[in-house]
Design a protein around this ligand. Structure first.
Ligand code: FES
Length: 349
């Protein structure tokens, strides 16, 4: 190994010395890079790195501008993905590029300009000395003898038998996680023509009963009979809905319907009340923004825009129930829910 390649270790040790003390470490020959001997190449690399750091600073400034300037309600169309929040997209791209160029600049600096000489760090063997190992084995054997584990066969076997069976209760209590929901969340009490009635009182609802900006909890009129038939509260847990009324001009989009037959009735829309994250009932409504907030983990849905998720861990929009009026002017379901309500589950397509 040449003097040029000898590397200082700490204050005093060279590779050669280190090799002596660490079983003759053999290092590959050092091949100088162009930037090691060509000052112009080094200068060029320095400019590249400076340029990347400059780009990073630029994207950081653009991040702040995007945060201040872009309205959180603005959206942009993205091929194959529908629409994205313009603010989220701009913040993500600018912050991502700011991080990328810092990383790329540092890598380029390390690769082309920092020293690439190899360093050997000698260390003692990791294994304990033979005396220490013998001592440990002797201590273990003493323990075994003292416990009687080797001599008391009946105790040993009964302990092993008990330990083999011990995990069984853990497996059995997994049963308490309950059966998989199968088709249960596809099926609700909402069938075409089912009247939407006030939760608790069961009173039928006319659109005029809900003021603009108002929201009420509702259920299917036949819920009491369904509960009586099934003998459990599953239907109540699945079928509760929210009726919300807003100015029809404020509705940006709905999950279905046509201009002639929209899913709302003159600004009254009906959504499942069960959060699509893990199924909490939702009722925190902000009238001005039409945002509905789940109190459990803060998932937020924009009811004016197909109840899409705008924040939080929920992965799906709140399902919308198409509604219309019956002959007496009361609100009824026009169709069933078009997607399962509540959280995602194994069998969901
Ligand atoms: S259950 Fe609604 S956010 Fe978690």
């Amino acid at each position: 190994m040449s003097d040029k390649d000898a590397v200082e270790l700490g204050a005093h040790q060279t590779v050669d010395e280190a090799a002596e003390g660490s079983n003759d470490v053999v290092l590959p020959d050092h091949h100088p890079r162009r930037t090691d001997f060509d000052p112009r190449a080094a200068k060029r690399a320095e400019r590249q790195v400076t340029f990347m750091f400059g780009l990073s600073a630029l994207f950081t400034v653009l991040f702040v501008i995007a945060y201040v300037q872009i309205d959180t309600a603005d959206t942009i169309p993205v091929p194959f993905f529908g629409t994205w929040s313009a603010s989220n997209a701009a913040l993500g791209v600018t912050f991502g590029l700011a991080s990328f160029f810092i990383g790329a600049g540092v890598m380029q600096w390390a690769k082309k300009l920092m020293s690439d000489r190899e360093v050997v760090s000698p260390r003692h063997a990791l294994a304990s000395p033979p005396e220490a190992r013998e001592e440990a084995v002797a201590a273990f054997n003493d323990g075994v003898d003292d416990s009687g584990f080797a001599t008391r066969r009946i105790l040993r076997r009964s302990l092993l038998g008990a330990m083999a069976l011990f995990p069984i209760p853990l497996i059995v209590i997994l049963r308490d996680l309950g059966p998989l929901p199968s088709n249960d969340l596809f099926i609700t009490g909402w069938v075409p023509g089912e009247r939407v009635v006030l939760d608790v009182t069961g009173a039928p609802i006319r659109p005029s009963d809900i003021p603009i900006g108002g929201i009420v909890s509702a259920m299917p009129a036949s819920l009491p009979e369904i509960q009586e038939e099934t003998g459990n509260l599953n239907a109540r847990a699945k079928d509760v809905v929210l009726l919300v009324r807003m100015n029809p001009d404020e509705i940006v989009s709905q999950q279905g319907g046509t201009p002639e037959a929209p899913w709302d009735y003159e600004g009254v829309m009906c959504f499942s009340k069960i959060c699509t994250h893990v199924g909490c009932p939702i009722a925190l409504y902000e009238q001005r923004t039409h945002h509905l907030l789940c109190p459990c983990h803060q998932s937020t849905f924009d009811l004016a825009d197909s109840a899409r998720v705008i924040f939080g861990p929920a992965a799906r929009d709140l399902p919308q129930l198409p509604i219309m009026l019956d002959d007496e002017g009361y609100i009824i379901a026009r169709e069933t829910f078009q997607q399962p309500i509540g959280p995602s589950f194994w069998e969901r397509a």
